[in-house]
Design a protein around this ligand. Structure first.
Ligand SMILES: Cc1cc2nc3c(=O)[nH]c(=O)nc-3n(C[C@H](O)[C@H](O)[C@H](O)COP(=O)(O)OP(=O)(O)OC[C@H]3O[C@@H](n4cnc5c(N)ncnc54)[C@H](O)[C@@H]3O)c2cc1C
Length: 370
């Protein structure tokens, strides 16, 4: 597609943050164009594990992630297409006495913040999840833990944006000039003028911010993920996470188990090269089998890696850039799929002139300026 000469808002990045921002803007009757440097919905949002869990999140960001899960439920009702959203709750497990102590502390902090979390051990735990290994001695159950299908979600969002009058095209942002009345963007598909720019570039947010002379320091993660062959349903659609970290497991409705958690591969986000680390992959699989022994009987069909990034202070970077009219950031932090639809709603509101809620003031993109 040839770029139009101008549009009200350009959203840079066609992942969950950018597409949900664009969807809300288009549905509010605003002119919006999403550009992506490569095929839309190809990076973090497309290759992730689909986990939308609450109870594996740190207390300081728990409320923001809770808004994220609520926004997923809204998204389900707002989209015509199925996005594979399943909300049957999740278990966070503990396998040692140290784990149990850590789980008690973590869950107490979450309950104090209002998270619906229930302690399980002994028969109550075995009855709820007979497929957990005997080494799992306690768990917490959170009714809000959920998952969605990354594959279905991207297609559904792009269709909905187009149906609402927005557009999604391939064009990499390469430079910009402030015009006094907005921006003149230089892209791989030509120039375009706009009043607002939303930077929703995920792991590349440091690079995109630098084009505007702004520093957003990030740490890159190269997460690995694996999928098993389809097996008969046995996990009751629960999401399993682990208090010791680096663990997410769920069984999709088609029977495939998705083994994630953030074991690291290798790669380079500038060239796009990504590689599996076989030692890490084995460690990941062993860890998962120690919790759910039935996995030992299933074959791993495919493993892959993807880029995701966390801002230097671990917080999302959201909202208008102070002192730069028309420039907005929609950069989630860790687990950006979970929080993504909430980010989209917040940023589309901000573009339409609504103030950011007080609970998000710590996330201002201006905080790195000094
Ligand atoms: C393997 C893996 C598993 C994960 N599992 C989970 C999970 O289970 N649950 C969870 O909550 N999170 C998970 N995450 C993290 C999550 O995927 C990301 O945090 C989230 O998808 C980020 O969404 P985003 O829209 O900000 O970025 P992305 O989805 O990465 O989208 C950013 C887009 O910006 C584009 N872009 C970048 N620079 C430019 C430019 N200059 N011009 C134009 N376009 C540009 C990119 O091409 C990309 O399409 C996982 C990540 C990985 C890699």
């Amino acid at each position: 597609m040839t770029l139009p000469a101008s549009v009200e808002t350009v959203v840079v990045g066609a992942g969950i943050a950018g597409l949900t921002t664009a969807l809300h803007l288009a549905r509010a009757g605003r002119e919006v164009l999403v550009i992506d440097k490569s095929e839309p919905w190809r990076e973090g949002s497309a290759v992730n594990a689909g986990t939308c869990a609450l109870q594996n999140k740190a207390p300081d960001l728990l409320l923001a992630y809770r808004e994220g899960i609520a926004a997923w439920r809204e998204l389900v009702s707002e989209l015509e297409d199925d996005i594979g959203f399943v909300n049957k709750g999740g278990l966070r497990v503990a396998q040692s006495t140290e784990d149990v102590a850590a789980l008690r502390t973590a869950s107490a902090a979450q309950v104090a913040l209002g998270a619906p979390i229930e302690w399980l051990e002994g028969n109550a735990l075995r009855d709820r999840a007979p497929w957990l290994a005997p080494s799992v001695i306690a768990a917490t159950f959170c009714s809000e833990d959920s998952f969605a299908s990354p594959l279905l979600t991207g297609q559904a969002l792009i269709r909905a944006i187009r149906a609402a009058g927005g557009a999604v095209v391939v064009a990499g942002l390469a430079g910009q000039r402030e015009t006094g009345n907005g921006f003149e963007l230089a892209t791989s598909a030509g120039a375009i003028a706009c009043r607002n720019v939303v930077i929703a570039t995920g792991a590349w947010t440091d690079r995109a911010a630098a084009l505007f002379g702004i520093r957003i320091p990030v740490t890159l993660n190269i997460n690995m993920l694996s999928v098993t062959e389809r097996v008969a349903q046995f996990m009751d659609n629960l999401v399993v996470t682990h208090i010791a970290g680096r663990f997410t497991l769920k069984q999709f409705p088609n029977g495939s188990c998705i083994l994630g958690g953030g074991f690291q591969g290798r790669g380079d986000k500038d060239t796009g090269r990504k590689e599996i680390d076989l030692d890490q992959l084995q460690a990941n699989f062993r860890f998962q089998c120690s919790v759910v022994p039935q996995l030992r009987a299933s074959t791993l069909l495919r493993s892959w890696t993807g880029f995701t990034a966390i801002a230097a202070d671990g917080k999302p970077t959201l909202g208008p850039m102070p002192g730069r009219t028309g420039l907005f950031f929609a950069f989630s932090t860790n687990a950006g799929f979970t929080i993504g639809p909430y980010v989209g709603r917040l940023i589309s509101d901000a573009v339409r002139g609504k103030p950011m809620p007080e609970s998000t003031h710590d996330f201002t993109p201006g905080r790195f300026a000094a």
